[in-house]
Design a protein around this ligand. Structure first.
Ligand SMILES: *Cc1c(COP(=O)(O)O)cnc(C)c1O
Length: 370
């Protein structure tokens, strides 16, 4: 018998070594800590416009039904997605945020002795879901802060089961070309799944001709994940989805909880999906904000990583933490990215014009004083 009074000794190995995900600081937390009001948060790549009015109306209309369980198959939302993307409903898996899809993939396809591969400076959830199931994370050095597809292809082994690639990548904002990406995915061996994380694809879709859905026809091991948290402005509701072969969708649907999307999330996502004006406005405001921020960085003599997302990582050429803390005291929450091995960068989510301006002024004052 193994006697222990340390509960950590009882946890499975991968879990014991997990480092918890560090989220952007919530506005209420900073209010409590510093007694500030009028705080702006540019830390979690949320949509600065507030939710779509259509989503809010859908939620209002659904409230009287809250005693009932939601539709565990998410039929209406899946049908709307299937129609939009010309796929079959059976190719769609809904998740409690696209984070849940990442976790479902890990639980279905990874185990001790198997490997998941991703780039340095990749999304922090990839190592978490990999370790949680006891699989081995293989981290490939980045190329100009982005995914180095050649280096990744060269490192694929018999043990590689899942490759996570975010395009655009978070927190760096780097974008791979569709041609390179398709070539990489098509050349993967059959025992290797590619999770193409397109959480930010709406911000580039028009410009870059994103056509990854076409690749599903010839790549049964491809899973594309997308979300309502970013461009669709519903991060608080937690809705994401996976697009894949019917077989992968079937497997993921076996692993998930029966009611993983709540009723309000389902109706709001469906309404947001139909709100083309909101999406267009989001993309316009983001493009203008990206331009304003980078012009501001340039004026301050700062460099940044060119970003295809709704955020940009700026290089302070000195540790970012003191500047992050000084900005907090001015009521501005941004994201330190030392945990992404980028200690001199801060990641700024694009805000409204007024928020971007307020941030740039706070940054200028801070840099003059730090
Ligand atoms: C924000 C983000 C997600 C989406 O998370 P949700 O769970 O859908 O809110 C997924 N991948 C990346 C790279 C992200 O930055």
């Amino acid at each position: 018998m193994n006697h222990t009074d340390n509960i950590y000794d009882l946890t499975v190995a991968g879990v014991r070594q997990l480092v918890p995900y560090v989220a952007g600081k919530p506005i209420e937390e900073l209010e409590r800590e510093l007694g500030l009001t009028d705080i702006i948060k540019l830390a979690s790549n949320e949509n600065p416009l507030g939710p779509s009015k259509k989503a809010l109306t859908a939620i209002q209309d659904a409230l009287p039904k809250l005693t009932l369980y939601p539709d565990g198959n998410g039929f209406n939302l899946k049908s709307a997605l299937a129609k939009k993307y010309a796929l079959n409903v059976g190719q769609i898996t809904l998740g409690n945020g696209s984070n849940e899809l990442l976790e479902l993939v890990a639980r279905a396809f990874l185990a001790p002795g198997l490997e998941a591969m991703f780039s340095r400076h990749a999304f922090a959830v990839y190592p978490i879901v990999t370790q949680a199931v006891g699989a081995t994370a293989v981290v490939i050095p980045a190329l100009n802060y982005g995914n180095d597809l050649e280096a990744m292809a060269a490192r694929v082994s018999e043990k590689t089961r899942v490759i996570f690639i975010a395009n655009p990548n978070n927190p760096t904002g780097t974008l791979l070309s569709q041609v390179d990406l398709e070539r990489f995915i098509s050349a993967l061996p059959k025992h290797c799944l590619c999770v193409l994380d397109e959480a930010y694809f709406e911000f580039v879709a028009d410009k870059e001709g994103i056509n990854s859905i076409d690749w599903l026809k010839t790549n049964p091991n491809l899973i594309i994940t997308r979300t309502f948290s970013k461009a669709y402005g519903l991060a608080g509701l937690r809705v994401g989805y996976g697009l894949s072969s019917p077989e992968i969708a079937d497997i993921l649907n076996r692993v998930r909880q029966p009611f993983n999307n709540n009723m309000l999330a389902l109706v709001a996502a469906e309404a947001a999906l139909a709100d083309g004006d909101y999406l267009r406005q989001t993309i316009t405001v983001n493009a203008q904000g990206m331009s304003d921020l980078t012009v501001g960085f340039k004026a301050l003599g700062l460099e940044w990583i060119p970003s295809a997302g709704n955020f940009v990582s700026v290089d302070l050429k000195r540790p970012g933490q003191p500047t992050y803390e000084a900005l907090l005291r001015k009521g501005v929450i941004v994201r330190p990215v030392a945990n992404y091995e980028m200690p001199n960068h801060l990641r700024i989510s694009i805000g409204t014009q007024a928020e971007n301006q307020f941030f740039l002024e706070a940054l200028a004052e801070t840099l003059a004083n730090v």
